[in-house]
Design a protein. Structure first.
Length: 262
């Protein structure tokens, strides 16, 4: 369901009724006549819908985490807030950038439209920016020839799967964040799909190496062995960017998760 489109249609509809009443219907009523319901309701809802549309389109949008690909940073059921202007002001619905504000940086947690189906919103971590040479071989991340440091952390207990995973603190640029690795998972990417600029990537038994094309980003989940990401379906184009995730505001199952996560 495209909520943004539905909200836009409601905004147009209620706005049209409000404008029609201001221009025509109000003048036809006598002073003591009550507004008909089909005028009163749209006029009441219009300012509310307008405020929600502006906030959601240009400032902050809420999302719910549907999968475990970003564990341990984000877990299933987390409700998060996404900064819509961190990477530029975009025209709602068509998502075209009109004012440049900033660019995604390595380590950012970013929401974007899934390249294979733009009606779906995905969330992953930015690992490679335009021009980067990314290598993920033997489960070690190398960017532009520099291996990203890993520090062992206590094993992570996934309460849903009742399973322990090896946990590490990874330094990605100026960002430190936790990742999970499964000791019994293969290093090779088990499956891939055709995608634009597929020729920029080389796959082997140890993993994958890619050069990120201009205007695109290489994304990976923090739950490295349980994430279908750019290793599988390719690069994320700039026009698919939705915004930068920055805050967990609720989780019905774990109230203690309230707060920032980066």
């Amino acid at each position: 369901m495209n909520f943004a489109l539905i909200l836009f249609i409601l905004l147009l509809a209620t706005g049209a009724f409000s404008l029609a009443d201001f221009v025509y219907f109000r003048k036809q009523r006598r002073k003591d006549d009550k507004e008909p319901w089909w005028i009163e309701y749209p006029k009441s809802f219009f300012p509310v819908i307008l405020i929600v549309f502006v906030l959601r389109s240009f400032l902050v949008e809420p999302f719910k985490i549907p999968s475990g690909s970003m564990i341990p940073t984000l877990v299933v059921g987390d409700f998060i807030l996404v900064n819509k202007f961190a990477y530029g002001i975009r025209i709602p619905l068509i998502n075209r950038k009109i004012i440049a504000v900033g660019e995604p940086k390595r380590g950012d947690v970013m929401v974007f439209r899934y390249p294979e189906d733009p009606s779906l919103d995905y969330i992953k971590r930015v690992v490679g920016v335009p021009g980067d040479k990314i290598s993920y071989m033997g489960k070690r991340l190398v960017i532009n020839g520099v291996e990203q440091p890993l520090k062992p952390m206590p094993d992570y207990l996934n309460r849903e799967r009742i399973h322990y995973s090896r946990q590490y603190l990874e330094e990605l640029g100026s960002v430190e964040h936790a990742i999970l690795l499964e000791s019994d998972a293969p290093a090779a990417i088990p499956f891939t799909r055709p995608f634009p600029f597929r020729e920029n990537c080389n796959y082997n038994s140890e993993g994958v190496g890619c050069t990120v094309p201009q205007g695109h980003y290489f994304m990976m989940g923090d739950n490295r062995d349980n994430s279908a990401d750019s290793r599988v379906w390719g690069f994320v184009p700039d026009e698919n960017i939705v915004g930068k995730a920055f805050f967990i505001w609720f989780n019905f199952s774990e109230l203690r998760r309230f707060g920032g996560f980066q």
